[in-house]
Design a protein around this ligand. Structure first.
Ligand SMILES: Nc1ncnc2c1ncn2[C@@H]1O[C@H](COP(=O)(O)OP(=O)(O)OP(=O)(O)O)[C@@H](O)[C@H]1O
Ligand SMILES: [Mg+2]
Length: 343
């Protein structure tokens, strides 16, 4: 009853989009949007308000017509065969689709009937979904009394009435408390483990970091960076070593020494007496830095190794002065090298 549709061309990606364009009045909501998702992966589409995430989801799920570009899902052309595409996808929109006045069970039966299941099969599928989303106890309560997390889980359950080949989740955890987010994350992991490809939009960096195999960062209607969470973090440079020097008067000397040791320029923050330097491999750099400082009689108060957070990557790529603002060619940034990915 819930067999996943067989791919038409098994080696095609689950989703492929090239040069998508969509304009609303003066607003170019999609401006050459590219995306490719391999089967079975969770892909995070990360971007600030108005970046075009919902527009991309609506166009890919056939709800909105594209002005230009090519999109295919499971090898099927989205613009030419929207009905066939719809058979293969599930969508959880940014706003709730379930009916407040109905119970959880009634909502799921309704969705199942709309999807073409017989009455008996619809009831059976509703029970299965209520169980797998831990809503069985709440099955006969009206949705109006549900918490945000419960509603979201019901929304997601409703999108899985027929197991989709690819599930679109538009900001599934916006507005949820940490517990609600955790239950939705768990649901997404289980859906992916069962073989469904997931495209998830989010404004939360930690969410993309937690759930996604790969992330596309979008801004102004186009993708400005793409890669694994780890590769995106590396893109800001490597690890950072921060050394707090005891003697404020010798900071510049320390920076010069640290820079010479690792072969790149170190920066100095006089307020915190900190020398910071970017290194390829933080673990390897620590010992030589400490030895050099020790050899020069410089006392180290503190030493820290850290990687850039996804927040920093995001600000770097989309913020004022970021690539997308200052460099119109940023969208054609070549994909990250596989050697980097494999590290
Ligand atoms: N139906 C519409 N009519 C007019 N303009 C629209 C419409 N839908 C989107 N836009 C505009 O297109 C741009 C992209 O909007 P979109 O909703 O896709 O962004 P988003 O990344 O989903 O943002 P959010 O994080 O706020 O959900 C915005 O400037 C928005 O105002
Ligand atoms: Mg949106």
């Amino acid at each position: 009853m819930t067999l996943m549709p067989q791919p038409t061309t098994p080696d095609s990606p689950a989703l492929r989009a090239r040069g998508l364009r969509k304009r609303y009045g003066a607003e170019q909501a999609l401006d050459g949007f590219d995306l490719e998702i391999r089967r079975g992966q969770v892909h995070g589409l990360l971007g600030p308000n108005g970046a075009g995430k919902t527009t991309a989801v609506r166009c890919l799920t056939t709800l909105t017509d594209l002005d230009d570009g090519h999109a295919e899902i499971d090898g099927i052309d989205v613009r030419r065969h929207p009905a066939r595409v719809r058979e293969r996808i599930g969508l959880v929109g940014q706003f709730h689709a379930v009916d407040e006045a109905l119970t959880a069970q009634q909502n799921l039966v309704l969705f199942a009937r709309l999807s073409g299941l017989s009455k008996a099969n619809a009831r059976r599928r509703a029970s299965e979904l209520l169980a797998s989303f831990e809503l069985t106890d709440a099955a006969s309560r009206a949705v109006s009394g549900f918490s945000g997390g419960m509603r979201r889980r019901l929304d997601i359950a409703a999108s899985l009435v027929l197991t989709p080949a690819i599930l679109f989740l538009d900001e599934p955890t916006t507005g949820l408390d940490p517990r609600g987010r955790a239950t939705v994350w768990q649901a997404v992991r289980e859906i992916a483990a069962a073989g469904t490809t997931v495209l998830l939009t989010t404004q939360y960096l930690d969410e993309a970091d937690q759930l996604a195999d790969r992330i596309s960062v979008m801004d102004h209607g186009r993708v400005v960076a793409e890669g694994t969470p780890a590769a995106l973090k590396r893109r800001l440079g490597g690890d950072r070593v921060a050394v707090v020097i005891a003697d404020a008067a010798r900071l510049d000397e320390a920076a010069e020494l640290v820079g010479r040791t690792v072969g790149s320029a170190a920066s100095v923050d006089h307020d915190t007496r900190t020398v910071t330097v970017e290194v390829d491999d933080g673990q390897k750099a620590l010992a030589p830095i400490v030895r050099a400082l020790d050899g020069a009689g410089l006392t180290v108060d503190d030493l820290a190794l850290r990687r850039p957070t996804l927040d920093e990557v995001f600000l770097h790529l989309t913020g004022p002065g970021g690539q997308s603002a200052s460099d119109p060619t940023a969208a054609s940034t070549p994909p990250l090298h596989e050697t980097q990915e494999a590290r």
